[in-house]
Design a protein around this ligand. Structure first.
Ligand code: FES
Length: 141
């Protein structure tokens, strides 16, 4: 299936729904890793909006990226519970291990508060991290 076909399929999946723009943008972001100009134009045409209106929403929310970032992502929880369990002391080593190859993304709670510090790579959660475990996780991402 071509990119254009997939885009049309995502838009069609939400047609007839009230307030389809945000769900479409989330699905496009998930599928392609970004909501680029081409996607904005297709979505605008399908929803009878201007591209500027779609772009206004895309640029307002940090979740939507104009360009795909090919780097692996390691999410690190820096919310209160993980903070109280020492996550901040791991950040310098994590940043050094990540360098420019891995994108570290701060999140605020991964739902495993009692077993922090926690991180997520893809769909996998990693709990009770110490510096060595987090560095290994980043190196293997
Ligand atoms: S505070 Fe870190 S998982 Fe909830």
């Amino acid at each position: 299936m071509s990119r254009e076909q997939k885009l049309s399929e995502i838009i069609a999946d939400h047609s007839g729904r009230e307030g389809p723009l945000i769900p479409i943008l989330h699905d496009v972001q998930e599928e392609f890793g970004c909501v680029d100009e081409e996607a904005e134009q297709a979505i605008a045409a399908a929803l009878n909006l201007t591209r500027a209106e779609v772009h206004g929403v895309v640029s307002f929310y940090h979740d939507f990226k104009p360009k795909a970032d090919p780097r692996p992502v390691v999410q690190i929880c820096r919310a209160e519970s993980c903070k109280s369990r020492g996550v901040e002391a791991l950040i310098a080593d994590a940043e050094q291990a990540a360098g420019a190859r891995v994108k570290l993304h701060t999140v605020y709670c991964l739902g495993l508060c009692s077993s922090g510090p926690n991180a997520r790579v893809g769909d996998r959660l990693h709990a009770r991290l110490d510096s060595a475990a987090l560095v290994k996780l980043i190196e293997n991402a």
